[in-house]
Design a protein around this ligand. Structure first.
Ligand code: FA5
Length: 332
């Protein structure tokens, strides 16, 4: 039975050094082949043993066979894994190599702008609130003193939603002034709120317009508020947000829900850019939400977030914010 031990050692050596699947297959046929494998030849010798020796001989034979089969499986695993890593027969992972850098994303510049505006306004005591993007006629128009025949309601200037016949038409809000009403309906003055969110208008996209954009709405209602307070707040905001001493200019304007109304311009490289509208909350609006215009007054403003972001980052075309070109967005 020494022949068995020799065969066992030989098989282990051959399989250990087998470099590829071909060599393993050759070794398999040589040692384990059913017809003329070496193991098969030795098995034939078992029948020549005396009945007393046969059980022990059979056991040694089976042990040797199991060992050769195990070496065979090991060799197969070894060759398969070195093929996968492309590295022949060596440790596949070098833990001393520097890791692959992970590409980190960051917040979209408009989201960064929104958070920064909220932060600055919080320093003046303005609390951030939200309102729905799908609005009813009351909050988008009626309560803001925008009459039934006002052109701002034109279906061509708004995204109306299909609703059941006979029910009040809903629309994607065209301005964040809706949130003024929602807050005043729920709360009593004094109030200092700021609301940033999406608004929708079927405007043709160009360098300063997009059909979906964001507004920042500010509202302050207290006894004795004047236009001078409004200008101070806007100048503080503009200087904090844009850095330096930013000049703010009011131009006379008209909004149905403010009286007087102004357009708010900010200076940009010697040029004045319109950032939004503002004014003193119209007494009719205060009355519509149940406030007493003899006791409190207020100011409100609504600025375009894309416009102030473009001003801050030196972006010439607000459409760039929504092209999703990573090379553009990476800069912020
Ligand atoms: C309003 O929407 C008023 N609700 C603002 C207001 C609030 C007045 C409170 C008084 C009191 P206006 O339609 O002008 O006003 O829009 C305000 C700002 O939104 C504009 O000055 C501009 O900065 C921005 N804006 C308007 N349309 C677009 C657009 N299509 N794309 C990007 N920004 C826009």
């Amino acid at each position: 039975m020494e022949a068995l031990d020799r065969l066992r050692a030989e098989a282990a050596a051959v399989l250990e050094s087998a470099a590829d699947a071909g060599a393993i297959e050759k070794a398999r046929v040589n040692f384990l082949g059913v017809k003329s494998g070496q193991l098969k030849e030795l098995q034939k010798l078992l029948s020549g043993l005396s009945p007393d020796d046969r059980p022990a001989g059979g056991k040694r034979f089976n042990d040797a066979k199991a060992e050769i089969v195990a070496s065979f499986a090991l060799a197969q695993d070894r060759v398969a894994s070195s093929q996968q890593s492309g590295v022949p027969n060596v440790e596949a992972i070098d833990v001393t190599l520097p890791g692959d850098p992970v590409r980190m994303g960051h917040l979209h510049p408009i989201t960064q702008t929104i958070r920064r505006v909220q932060e600055i306004m919080a320093r003046l005591g303005f609390e951030s609130v939200d309102g729905p993007e799908v609005e009813d006629q009351w909050h988008n128009f009626d309560a803001l003193a925008i009459g039934a025949e006002h052109p701002a309601r034109d279906p061509l200037d708004n995204f109306y939603l299909a609703v059941a016949r006979g029910s009040d038409p809903l629309l994607l809000r065209s301005q964040t002034s809706t949130v003024q009403i929602r807050v005043m309906e729920r709360r009593e003055p004094p109030l200092r709120i700021v609301s940033l969110g999406r608004v929708y208008r079927p405007d043709t996209a160009d360098a300063t317009h997009y059909p979906m954009f964001h507004q920042v709405e500010g509202l302050l209602v207290e006894p004795g508020v004047t236009l001078a307070h409004l200008k101070s707040v806007l100048r503080f905001f503009a200087s904090s947000f844009l850095g330096g001493d930013v000049r703010v200019r009011f131009r006379p304007s008209f909004f149905p829900f403010t009286e007087p109304s102004v357009e708010v311009d900010m200076e940009w490289g010697g040029r004045w850019i319109e950032m939004g509208g503002a004014g003193m909350v119209d007494p009719a609006v205060l009355e519509a939400v149940g406030y007493d215009p003899d006791k409190v007054s207020g100011f409100a403003f609504g600025l375009g977030v894309e416009r102030i972001a473009a001003r801050r980052y030196g972006v010439a075309d607000i459409r760039d914010f929504y092209r999703n070109d990573v090379r553009f967005l990476e800069q912020f």
